[in-house]
Design a binder for this molecule. Structure first.
Ligand code: NAD
Length: 340
């Protein structure tokens, strides 16, 4: 069988990274029917929008997209393509695993966290206004429906992926109504999984301190939008930074897999960018499609090539080009020894 998947190369370094990920996926032996959907700066010039409708239509059709980064045009009237995609497709769960990779310098060797961030509400609902000339007000929206939905997603992820614990992160001691509702919703969902998945909660400031001191104590974290945004970058920093941080935005019937980093325009077209984050995002996509063994094989190949250190991309201290690195990972995925 073949999987129909929307491929959005994006702009900047995106197209090179997309080529790298497609090369690695081809080595799994799984067949993909790639539906190319162009979005980004070139479409802004040709269509007057960086996100033509055809892109959304393609994702609605296939249900799954692999996406490179897209530049957000600076100037009035342009919303981020990434934010628009998440809202238009109601991709309510942002999933960001952060796992140590041997060979990448970082303070810890045994970090294995999964950050589940609510993607649709909180202060990111964008409801803000001036109150007179010298005060501004932003409204924080937290609903029981969205809180229960994201918490259930975190527990289901934990069950499906053999994880042991979910930690809800909040500031309910101060925001007793909004964060209080988030915590109450998480507790209600946690009760359904009692005996199967452990549950605990942490106040967000304490959580940040604990993560930098003893990240090995934590497993799956579930957070409202703003804390999730901040804590997921903290977690990426614990394992080597943006170049290796994969991500996914998941909704009821659709999912978009993309790296956390941006389009790094200064490296575009030079074959120097690190494709690890997009390749690991593609591995998350394989798991989402039910191709768990292939997803594990891709992750293991990335770890092997980085750990071995012979084909390291430049941001990790080596001099392998984007294509070299992808070829080394693809060879490993296909089961052929790298470098003979
Ligand atoms: P960026 O992630 O593009 O770059 C930050 C730093 O990391 C730069 O030094 C960059 O060169 C480096 N870097 C990033 N990815 C790399 C990779 N794969 N290999 C090697 N080095 C890498 O962030 P930015 O400069 O703030 O944003 C650039 C553009 O990307 C902006 O228009 C922004 O809006 C957009 N952006 C898009 C997404 C997305 O598509 N999801 C996410 C973030 C930013």
């Amino acid at each position: 069988m073949s999987y129909a998947v929307t491929l959005i190369p994006g702009d900047g370094i995106g197209p090179e990274l997309a080529d790298a990920a497609v090369t690695v996926l081809a080595a799994t032996g799984i067949e993909f029917d790639w539906q190319l959907a162009e979005a980004g700066e070139a479409q802004l010039a040709s269509h007057g929008t960086p996100l033509p409708d055809s892109v959304l239509q393609s994702i609605r059709r296939t249900g799954v997209a692999l996406k490179g980064p897209i530049t957000t045009p600076v100037g009035e009237g342009f919303r981020s393509v990434n934010v628009t995609l998440r809202q238009a497709l109601d991709l309510y769960a942002n999933l960001r695993p952060a796992r140590s990779i041997e060979g990448i310098p970082s303070r810890y060797r045994d970090v294995d966290l999964v950050i589940v961030r609510e993607n649709t509400e909180d202060l990111y609902a964008g409801i803000e206004h001036m109150v007179g000339a010298d005060a501004a007000e932003s409204i924080k929206i937290i609903t029981r429906r969205a809180s229960e939905r994201i918490c259930r997603f975190a527990f289901e992820y934990a069950v499906r992926n053999g994880r042991r614990k979910v930690t809800a992160v909040h500031k309910a001691n101060i925001m007793k109504l909004s964060d209080g509702l988030f915590l109450e919703s998480c507790r209600a969902v946690a009760a359904e999984y009692e005996g199967r998945i452990e549950f605990e909660d942490r106040i967000v400031d304490n959580m940040c301190m604990q993560l930098v001191q003893k990240p090995e104590l934590y497993d799956v974290l579930v957070l409202p939008n703003l804390y999730g945004d901040i804590v997921s970058d903290l977690a990426a920093g614990l394992v080597g930074g943006l170049g290796v941080a994969p991500g996914a935005n998941i909704g009821e019937g659709t999912a978009v897999f993309e790296p956390v980093h941006g389009s790094a325009p200064k490296y575009a077209g030079q074959d120097v960018a690190n494709p690890t984050a997009l390749i690991l995002s593609a591995a998350l996509m394989l798991r989402h499609l039910g191709e768990t063994a292939a997803g594990e094989r891709v992750e293991a190949a990335v770890r092997h090539v980085i750990g071995e250190g012979r084909h390291l991309p430049r941001d990790l201290g080596g001099n392998a080009g984007t294509r070299d690195f992808a070829a080394a990972v693809a060879e490993r995925v296909a089961g052929v020894a790298v470098g003979g």
